[in-house]
Design a protein around this ligand. Structure first.
Ligand SMILES: *Cc1c(COP(=O)(O)O)cnc(C)c1O
Length: 365
C-alpha cells in the first residue's frame, strides 16, 4: 500500500544534539569530576596555553563569556574611561553592550558592502579624538582587514581588539586571527565554531600588561586572595568542566572549519540569480552561511515551505537599538545590508543529503 508522504522535518539552523564527540567529552568531564577542582585549575591553565598556541599569541586568559572578554579588554585598554570605543553596528551588538558595561562611549563606523566588515577606509572616516579603541569583528567567520586597520590606528595611539567570536581558526595574509592586533576576544557559546557545553570566552594577547590586568579583572580585581588591586573587577572565570570540553574540541576546529567551507561553497555555487551567498575567501572560518537578497521575505517563505530554517544576523543595527541609545547616526551600507541578509543552516554535522537539500532550495528560488 502507499503511505501518505510524511512532511519533511524542518532542517534547523543548528543542531547541537548531533554530538559526534560524546565519548571524548564524557572522558574529559569524568577527569574533572575525579580531580575535585572546578575553577582556575589545571584544565583552565592548559586550555589557555593551547589556545594561545593555536592563535599565535603569547597568552590567553579564559573567561566566562565573549561579552565579558570584550568588556574586560576595554577596561584593560581604557582604564580611566572618558574614552570611546569604535566598532561596527552590524555585528550583533556585543561590543556595544560591553562598552556600555565598561562605562565607555561607543560609536560606529560603516562597513564594506562586499565583505560586511570594517575596513581601514570606513574606520578612518569615523575616527574622532575621543576614540581610544577600535573593535574589529571577523563577521560570519570571514577575516576582516585587521592588518590595515592596525596600520591606520597604531600611529594615532588607538588600540585595536579583534572580536574572533565567530572566527576561531580563520587567518589573514599575515597569520591567524587572534594575534593580529593588541588583543583578541573569543566566545565559546555552544553554536560557535569552538563551542562549550554552556558559556565560555577568552582573551588572547602578547602584551603582558594587558594579560595581567585581565587576569586580575576576571577575579574581583584581586592581585592575590582578598587583595583588590584593580578597580572594575568582575567574577568572570571559565570553569574546569568547560575548559576540559574545549581542550578536547580545539584540535577538531580545523577539520570542522574545512567542512563548513565546503558546505558554504556548495551553497554559493548552487544559488540562483536572485540571491548571492557570501563567498568563501582565503582563511575563512565559515561560521554562518549568509545569503544577500533584495527579496528577503520571499526567500524566507520559499525556504520555510521547503522545511529549511533561516535567521537574520542581524536585523537591527546597533545605532538603531533602543537599549544602546538609538540616535541620528546614519550608516547607509550597514542599514541596507541589515535588510538583505538571511542565514541558512551551516554546521559541520550536516549530512551530504541535507546540504544538497539546502543547495537545491537556493537554486530553485
Ligand atoms: C557570540 C558573539 C559574542 C558574544 O559572545 P557570548 O559568549 O555570547 O557573550 C561577541 N561577538 C560576536 C561577534 C559574537 O558572535
Amino acid at each position: 500500500m502507499d503511505w501518505p508522504q510524511r512532511p519533511q522535518r524542518t532542517l534547523p539552523l543548528n543542531d547541537l544534539s548531533r554530538c559526534e564527540d560524546r565519548d571524548e567529552l564524557s572522558a574529559a568531564i569524568a577527569r574533572v569530576l575525579d580531580s575535585g577542582w572546578f575553577l582556575l585549575g589545571p584544565e583552565g591553565a592548559a586550555f589557555e596555553a593551547e589556545l594561545a598556541g593555536y592563535v599565535g599569541a603569547d597568552q590567553a586568559v579564559a573567561l566566562a563569556s565573549g561579552t565579558d572578554a570584550l568588556e574586560l579588554a576595554m577596561r584593560a585598554f581604557l582604564p580611566r574611561g572618558g574614552s570611546a570605543v569604535l566598532t561596527a553596528a552590524n555585528a550583533g551588538g556585543y561590543a556595544s553592550v560591553a562598552a556600555r558595561r565598561a562605562s565607555l562611549g561607543v560609536s560606529w563606523a560603516d562597513v564594506d558592502e562586499s565583505t560586511h566588515c570594517l575596513t581601514a577606509d570606513t574606520v578612518r572616516a569615523a575616527l574622532t579624538p575621543e576614540i581610544g579603541l577600535v573593535v574589529v569583528t571577523h563577521l560570519y567567520g570571514r577575516p576582516a582587514a585587521v592588518d590595515e586597520i592596525v596600520a591606520l590606528c597604531h600611529p594615532l595611539g588607538v588600540a585595536v581588539v579583534e572580536d574572533c567570536a565567530q572566527a576561531i581558526g580563520a587567518f589573514t595574509a599575515s597569520g591567524p586571527v587572534g594575534s593580529r592586533a593588541d588583543a583578541a576576544t573569543f566566545s565559546f557559546y555552544p553554536t560557535k565554531n569552538l563551542g562549550a557545553l554552556g558559556d565560555g570566552g577568552a582573551l588572547t594577547t602578547s602584551d603582558p600588561g594587558v594579560a595581567d590586568r585581565v587576569r586580575k579583572l576576571r577575579q574581583y580585581g584581586w592581585l592575590g586572595k582578598y587583595d583588590i588591586a584593580e578597580s572594575g573587577g568582575a567574577n568572570s572565570r571559565l570553569d574546569e568542566l568547560q575548559a576540559a570540553v574545549l581542550r578536547s574540541r580545539l584540535p577538531k576546529v580545523a577539520g570542522w572549519n574545512r567542512r563548513r567551507r565546503e558546505i558554504l561553497a556548495s551553497y554559493r555555487e548552487a544559488a540562483g540569480g536572485r540571491v548571492e551567498v557570501l563567498p568563501v575567501q582565503a582563511g575563512h572560518a565559515a561560521h554562518l552561511a549568509v545569503c544577500v537578497t533584495t527579496e528577503r521575505n520571499e526567500l524566507r517563505r520559499h525556504l520555510r515551505a521547503l522545511g529549511i530554517a533561516t535567521d537574520v544576523h542581524y536585523p537591527i543595527p546597533d545605532h538603531r537599538q533602543a537599549g544602546l541609545g538609538a540616535g541620528a547616526v546614519k550608516l547607509p551600507v550597514t542599514e541596507i545590508l541589515s535588510e538583505r541578509v538571511l542565514s541558512v543552516p551551516l554546521f559541520p554535522q550536516l549530512s551530504d543529503e541535507e546540504v544538497e537539500r539546502v543547495a537545491a532550495a537556493l537554486a530553485s528560488f
